[in-house]
Design a protein around this ligand. Structure first.
Ligand code: ZN
Ligand code: ZN
Length: 441
């Protein structure tokens, strides 16, 4: 690749890493061009929507372009070239490494703007609407820190807690930022996202990865924190005693995160509480057993309520974690949970559900929700991973490249819902040779 400046100066960068290395040809990493100078760059990177595109950077610009996978609307995501974000005081610039694709991304893709603000209705905190960059479950490497950021430095491996909150509303003032009246997410509400070459996030969103947690695992912290939080706020004793029977509805990514959190938060890892999982998919049943469930029940073939009764000496379970969000599961959950037990909903529902309130009343049962994670959960999940109380690597069922997100990521999750748990996007393309894990298919 040749970069030319008027006046004969030129610089070469290795073609293979052109999109990462071209700017290092300029030692001060800044392009200072006067009105007469133009920079013509030929970028042969596979991720560019227009291969070998000729990009003209205007003379006044000191910005760079980068790749970003942006959501434009229903079934419309595009790998585009956009301006690279600049670090600012109190913020941190990160080169995303691995990004998990989540059910929420898929809902936005299939159903159109839901969480993602639609044009004309900008998010209160980011002031942005679609098109915007996707990717809210991600790890990366710090590239630059803004002034006032003293405890982070370039080169560190990190993961990002994507929650955005106002710090002014009543929930925020009570320390419940996950329930902020104006809450949002990096990667869904604006401020960029993980599916890009660079992202700039508030310092408070950045968590350093312990040395024994690699960047692939770092991308799993966000979904694990969802499960960890649900188990943590469930109205049951903590640490969870061995004699406490638990039912988990659904063993997709969040159900598996809940199972791992139960084991991480139990009083004795040698004698964890009885974990029963209701899941129709044979592959997901296998995953549930691999991550520590004791029994899996196919609710389409076996009567869940009578199975639970016989496994718990007719007492029922103390708590149900609903990670499925289906009417039939909710009705059964109410009949599986013992008197004064509780149903904790972690699922996002597509439709309104019906609850027989008399099941709640006569059994003095509780029904409650768990929303994402609080500001300490990322730290607790990282510590649990660091000390081996959570070992989530088997959740990664596929690693794909940035340009494969729509075909192998979104459509892959739709077509092979049962086989896939977590599909990670290897943003830099370096995971293939650096991680030793390689691409799984
Ligand atoms: Zn997610
Ligand atoms: Zn708030």
């Amino acid at each position: 690749m040749i970069m030319e400046r008027e006046g004969g100066e030129n610089a070469e960068a290795k073609e293979t890493n052109a999109c990462y290395e071209w700017r290092f040809a300029f030692p001060d990493r800044s392009l200072k061009m006067d009105d007469r100078l133009y920079l013509f760059i030929q970028l042969p990177c596979p991720g560019f929507s227009r291969a070998n595109s000729k990009i003209q950077i205007s003379s006044r610009s000191t910005s760079y372009i980068m790749r970003a996978l942006r959501y434009h609307g229903q079934k419309d995501i595009r790998l585009e070239e956009i301006e690279e974000p600049q670090v600012k005081p109190g913020w941190v610039k990160i080169a995303p490494a691995f990004v998990g694709i989540c059910g929420t991304d898929l809902h936005e893709y299939l159903g159109g703007n839901n969480l993602i603000p639609r044009p004309g209705h900008p998010h209160v905190l980011t002031k942005e609407t679609s098109p915007l960059t996707l990717g809210h479950e991600f790890s990366g490497v710090i590239e630059e820190v803004g002034s006032g950021v003293s405890d982070l430095e370039p080169g560190q491996n990190v993961c990002v807690q994507p929650t955005l909150y106002c710090n002014e509303c009543d929930p925020c003032k009570r320390g419940l930022q996950n329930c902020c009246d104006q809450g949002g997410f990096i990667g869904l509400s604006g401020f960029g996202g993980g599916l890009a070459d660079h992202v700039v996030v508030p310092k408070s969103a950045v968590w350093k990865l312990p040395s024994n947690i690699d960047l692939e695992l770092g991308a799993l912290v966000e979904p694990l924190a969802v499960g960890y939080h649900a188990v943590e706020i469930a109205p049951i004793p903590h640490p969870i005693p061995s004699d406490l029977p638990i039912l988990v509805l659904g063993s997709g990514p969040i159900g598996l995160a809940v199972i791992q959190a139960i084991i991480a938060q139990c009083s004795s890892r040698s004698f964890p509480p009885l974990i029963i999982v209701s899941e129709p998919s044979p592959t997901r049943q296998e995953f549930a057993l691999d991550f520590g469930a004791h029994h899996v029940i196919n609710p389409l073939r076996t009567d869940l309520v009578s199975s639970i009764q016989s496994m718990t000496r007719k007492e029922g379970v103390t708590v149900v974690f609903d990670c499925a969000g289906a009417q039939s599961g909710l009705e059964q959950a109410m009949k599986c949970v013992r008197v004064r037990g509780s149903v904790v909903n972690v699922a996002i529902w597509e439709n309104k559900a019906q609850v027989n309130v008399n099941d709640v009343v006569f059994g003095e049962r509780a029904y409650m929700g768990a929303a994402t994670y609080d500001n300490g959960d990322f730290g607790r999940v990282l510590r649990a991973m660091e000390h081996g109380r959570i070992r989530p690597r088997e959740m990664i069922t596929r690693i794909i490249a940035l340009e494969e997100v729509e075909e192998k990521g979104f459509r892959g999750l739709i077509k092979e819902k049962d086989r896939q748990v977590k599909i990670l996007v290897d943003v830099t393309g370096r995971g293939r040779k650096d991680s030793g894990v390689g691409y799984l298919d």
